[in-house]
Design a protein around this ligand. Sequence first.
Ligand SMILES: Nc1ncnc2c1ncn2[C@@H]1O[C@H](COP(=O)(O)OP(=O)(O)OP(=O)(O)O)[C@@H](O)[C@H]1O
Ligand SMILES: [Mg+2]
Length: 255
Amino acid sequence: MLELKSVHKNFGGLQAVGNVSFAVTSGSIKAVIGPNGAGKTTLFNLIAGNLEVSSGRVVFQGKEIQGMKPHQVAALGMARTFQNIKLFHGMTALESVMVGRHVCSRAGFLAGMFHTPATWKEERAIREKAMELLELLEIAEFADTEATSLAFGQQRAVEMARALAMEPKLLLLDEPAAGLNIYETAEVARLITRIRDMGVTVLLVEHDMSLVMDISDEIVVLSFGQKIAEDVPTAIQQNPEVIKIYLGEDEEATA
Ligand SMILES: Nc1ncnc2c1ncn2[C@@H]1O[C@H](COP(=O)(O)OP(=O)(O)OP(=O)(O)O)[C@@H](O)[C@H]1O
Ligand SMILES: [Mg+2]
């Protein structure tokens, strides 16, 4: 599904991501972990086209995508959520998800404002699809509630539904459990597994180790921009180098 080949990113003198290579198998859940500042979000930004690689290649479904713009990458079938929730004020949960869908609708967002029969029909289809996704993520009862007034866990689910509305092949989730309590985290874990079972490949960044260990097929560990390990969860848990970097960091990041 996705392959990174010696991906490198410098910010001035700082090497945020150094020669990182790994692949994500179609139909799997892969996690990227590592201490704060390890380069995880930067790596996501490089994959999704939000940042340009300094060197290296990003291959998505057999196609080199480094240097492409985010909307071009999205059009190829990659969607993402952000570390900080990005929902618009004044929009209901349903409308928030419909925005994701409009990105790939034929009529497009502007055309949708001129209500021809064709756009009405498309609008209704978009609404139905968005509603289906809210049901899938178990937040259908909040369809008409303003998204930003929902509980954190529900806002995360709205964001995931919005990303899924683009019908991606690959979904990137940056810290989907950040700020959630243990119940909400368990819920998010279940939703991510459900998304994978729908046939969407998932790559996630996450600090919550119970979530990562429970749902990931494979884990990549970053430290200071370098890949220091890549393996199945049970092996990662016993990897001395990984244990060392996690014992060496502060409480908050390992919590
Ligand atoms: N736009 C930028 N300009 C300059 N430096 C940056 C930029 N973005 C990130 N960095 C630096 O690159 C390094 C990696 O940051 P990044 O946000 O990728 O880490 P992270 O692993 O996602 O951390 P966290 O777990 O805290 O989210 C950090 O040292 C950070 O300060
Ligand atoms: Mg980050």
